[in-house]
Structures are given as C-alpha cells and as structure tokens.
Design a protein around this ligand. Structure first.
Ligand SMILES: Cc1ncc(COP(=O)(O)O)c(C=O)c1O
Length: 379
C-alpha cells in the first residue's frame, strides 16, 4: 500500500485524527475577528472550556502550541529570583525546567524516565525549601506515564506553593480535577485529546494565581490580558487564528456531545486493549505499569527490532505511530489512543504491528494474539 496521507490510521500521541466536522469548520470564508459573530465563537469556546476543565475559573485561549501555554504560565506568574520546583521524568516535564531557567529560579527534581516521582522526596524538597511554585507534567507523553498529580498538588498546597500543571495530553482523556486538587494554572493543547488542529493552547487559572499574575514576563503572551479580554468581552488582545478557533470550537462541541466522562471511559478502554494486546505479543511496557498512561502506550522494541518497524507500518499499511524521543529514540515506540480514535483504528494498528513484527523476525507470539485482546474488549 502506498502512503496515503488522506486515508491513514493516525495513532500519534498528538496531533491526532480529526473529525470531518472539525475539518469542515475550517472551510469557512474569512471572518472578522472583531465582529459579533467571532465574539460568539469565543463565548462558546469559553463555555466549552469551562466544561472541559470542569471549573468556573478564568480560562483563555492562546495562539500558539501547548508550549506557548507553558511559557505563559511560568513567565506571567514567576519572576527572576522566584523559586520554582520542576519535577521532571520525561521530555515535557523537562521543558518546564527549561522555561523556568529563562524566567525564574528553578530547582530540578530529576527522576528516571518511565518512573514516577517519589512523593516522599517531593515532600522533603518542599519542607527544606520555600518554593513559590511547583510544576508537573500530568501525562508525560514522552514516556507514556501519568504522574500522580493529585498527591503532588496536595503537597504543593500544603506548602503554600502555586501548582502549575501541564494537562496537554491528559485533559479530555484522563480525569483532571482542577478545583478539587487545587491546580493554579493548567495548560492544554488543541491537537491532543480535544482532536483539533495544532496551534492553540487553552489555559485555566485559579483566582489566587490570577491575582498574582504580572505583566513583565511577555508582551504577546500576557496571560492577564488574554484572560481579561476573554472574561469581559469574549475577545482577544491581538488577531486570533480565526479558523483554528472555528475548528477548536467544533472539536470541543464534539467532545461535549460525547460527554467528558464517556470520552475518558472510552480512552481507558482503548488503553486497556492496547496494553493487553502488546502484553499478549510478549512485549514490555516502557513506563512503570502502575503509572501507564491511558492516552498513549509506550513499548520497548523487542531485541532485534528497530525503528524501521514504524516505517514499514506507515509505508505498507498506512498506520502511523510515534517513536521514542531523546535517549529512548529507537528503543521504544508509542501508540497514541486519545481524542476521537476508536477500536476501529486500534484494530488495524495492532494487526499491522503483528504482521510487521513477524516480518522483521520477531517470534514472541502467534499471529492474532494481540488482535484477539482488542476484539475481546471491542464488544
Ligand atoms: C505533555 C506535553 N507537554 C507539552 C507538549 C508540547 O506541546 P506543543 O508541541 O504543542 O508545543 C507536548 C507535545 O507533545 C506534550 O505531549
């Protein structure tokens, strides 16, 4: 089969498959960004974000990918000299540290990739030092691991630190309790569980964090300006990427129509099926299985198999999955199962994986072992 970009099985950990309604939403004539029509788009997005984040706290949309949201969180809440604890066990939690180095005074608590942070060690660090904020990546996409956000939020709150949470690949796929856990700033990306095009970040900010925001960190990513415009006027400080907003609204509508709980439950069933399938094929999860993510599954390549597996999947079967990043590049592969993808996407993914693993000489299972696990859960 030739690679056919319009008709493949797209199982990355974001960007993800998009619904035809989302694609159609972008086929609109130009829309004036200061018109009543666009304010209505923004108003609905605000309402849908309150639903997605399950909070009445202030929300806004930034023009930029998820990293723009992380940058805005740090640069608008912290200043040079402010101490921040960055808990890092993967590429994206490390990004918080990189950003914090630019704007604040960070301390890195580095954990082996694929392992969860030691809660007692986090408690100790918070006892020993006075941090203004703690950062955590809820779902560490690079290692396919979900961090214990609730426990770490509790510790941050106990020590009076703001809790900044990257929910870029968790919100809309894994439960997040913004108010209940006491999250101060949460950032989500459009191209992950929401299944919209890449290019927007949505941010929710607690009242306490809102009061502490300053405007010295960034001119363009001035979080307070974005929050105020959205809150008061359903407006944006600068020209928004109008057609991305239209697609984002449609993707959020689809999420609400399915229901947040239902989407989370479906994502969980897909994750369980993926984990069972790779286990039945004799493969090993990369992260600690106790913390395996529901939105992406990370798997060690078995001996003798390398990253050309992904090329074969793509070129021969039109199945697109992700590889490893940084030092685990070529050592692991990752299957994304968030957003609107379903068993009808997972089944050919596992089927093609079986065929190509066997073609490449891996003999750890009988053809159909993985697929059977998916079928059992598809009923
Ligand atoms: C958990 C997490 N945080 C941050 C990012 C960075 O987001 P973006 O690439 O949209 O800037 C990603 C991207 O994959 C991610 O998965």
């Amino acid at each position: 089969m030739d690679v056919d970009m319009e008709n493949n099985v797209f199982m990355l950990a974001g960007p993800v498959k998009m619904h035809p309604r989302v694609l159609k939403a972008m086929q609109m004539p130009a829309i004036a960004h200061r018109s009543a029509e666009f304010k209505e788009v923004n108003r609905e997005i605000k309402e849908l974000l309150h639903y997605l984040f399950q909070t009445k706290a202030r929300v806004t949309v930034l023009n930029g990918s998820g990293t723009a949201g992380l940058d805005a969180a740090i640069s608008n809440l912290l200043k040079k000299g402010d101490r921040v604890l960055n808990i890092a066990n993967g590429k994206f939690s490390e990004r918080f540290y990189e950003i914090s180095k630019v704007y604040a005074n960070p301390t890195l608590y580095s954990v082996e990739w694929g392992k969860a942070p030691d809660i007692d060690r986090v408690a100790e660090l918070l006892e020993e030092n006075e941090f203004k904020a703690v950062t955590l990546c809820h779902n560490e996409t690079s290692t396919a691991l979900t961090n214990p956000a609730k426990e770490i939020a509790r510790l941050a709150k106990k020590h009076g630190a703001f809790f900044i949470l990257d929910v870029i690949t968790s919100l809309g796929g894994i439960p997040v309790d913004f108010d209940g856990w006491g999250v101060d700033i949460a950032v989500v990306g459009s191209q992950k569980c929401i299944a919209a095009p890449a290019g927007l970040a949505a941010v929710a900010v607690s009242d306490e964090a809102y009061e502490a925001l300053h405007s010295d960190g960034s001119y363009y990513l001035n979080l307070k300006a974005h929050l105020d415009k959205m809150e008061d006027k359903n407006d944006t400080p600068y020209t928004p990427a109008t057609h991305l907003y239209l697609a984002f609204r449609e993707a959020l509508r689809l999420l609400k129509e399915e229901g947040l709980e239902n989407r989370i439950a479906r994502t969980h069933r897909l994750a369980e099926a993926t984990r069972a399938a790779v286990k039945a094929m004799g493969l090993e999860l990369f992260p600690d299985p106790n913390y395996a993510s529901d939105t992406v599954t990370g798997v060690w390549y078995p001996e003798g198999i390398d990253d050309s597996l992904r090329k074969n999947l793509r070129e021969k079967h039109g199945v697109v999955i992700a590889g490893g990043q940084a030092h685990v590049k070529g050592k692991i592969f990752r299957i994304g199962h968030m957003g609107i993808c379903d068993f009808t996407d997972l089944l050919p993914t596992i089927g093609a994986l079986e065929i190509e693993l066997q073609n490449m000489g891996y003999t750890g299972f009988n053809l159909g072992d993985g697929v059977e696990e998916v079928l059992k859960r598809m009923k």
